[in-house]
Design a binder for this molecule. Sequence first.
Ligand code: A2P
Length: 284
Amino acid sequence: MTEQKPVTQAAAKPVKTMALPDAQTVTEVTHWTDRLFSFRVTRPQSLRFRSGEFVMIGLMGEPDPKTGKQKPLLRAYSIASPSWDEELEFYSIKVQDGPLTSRLQHIQPGDEIILRPKPVGTLVHDALLPGKRIWFFATGTGIAPFASLLRDPQTYEDYDEVIITHTCREAGELTYGAELIQSIKDDELLNELIGAENLAKLRYYPTTTREESAKMGRITDLMRSGEVFEDLGVEPIHPETDRAMVCGNLAFNLEIKELLEGYGLEEGANSDPKQYVVEKAFLD
Ligand code: A2P
């Protein structure tokens, strides 16, 4: 391996690390709350991916105190941008003592990150059987893969109705998703690409659990009570018509899985498409 310079925490100046393996350059960083940020990086020319997939990204780790050697510190991050975008977008939590995000949160345009160009994942259209209505259930940063899927024309070609639910603790944590939905509806390019008629299929159902907002409560409780179906004016989930993709924290994923199985949906995979798929949102 060639000599590698560390990506340090120095937030003020761009970090040049030309010797990084699989280096990509940060082009934009947005801080949404003190716990959440998103960033865009250059896209490797050869990288093809399916909306909803993730890649491993990260920084060089701190030098080993004994050997002075550095190893890449990588985590799985869903690609939040659509597959037709020239750049790649990611949405991340900031964990103050997290090995990666404690440092990653300080990146600035011009800095470099490591990106292994091998996309994988189960939140892909290929893992679902055809249906009429697709549900995207997210908590926290779990909205990232859906930010990609919601900008993919196939989502609207495959379904008559597209419903995204997003549950966060606080109202400010909904902003990234709320702006995304608004931009999808307003964006001229997307309207042209996906079609205004298709975009009218999109419904957004944000909820908060620890701060007052228009709709409060865990989505799982709102499903159990039937409130979400009443609010949206749709029939409860049924295996013949409904498909679902789930991405959130572990407890949420397990609870939604149980609910979906209760409605009669079965878990699918790339090699065995069925009615729903699940993936864990990354937490550092
Ligand atoms: P709550 O505030 O009631 O724990 P986090 O930020 O911890 O990842 O949580 C994101 C959101 O997911 C929070 O609104 C949280 O609600 C919710 N959540 C956590 N666990 C579950 C669960 N088992 N079922 C449904 N929602 C959950």
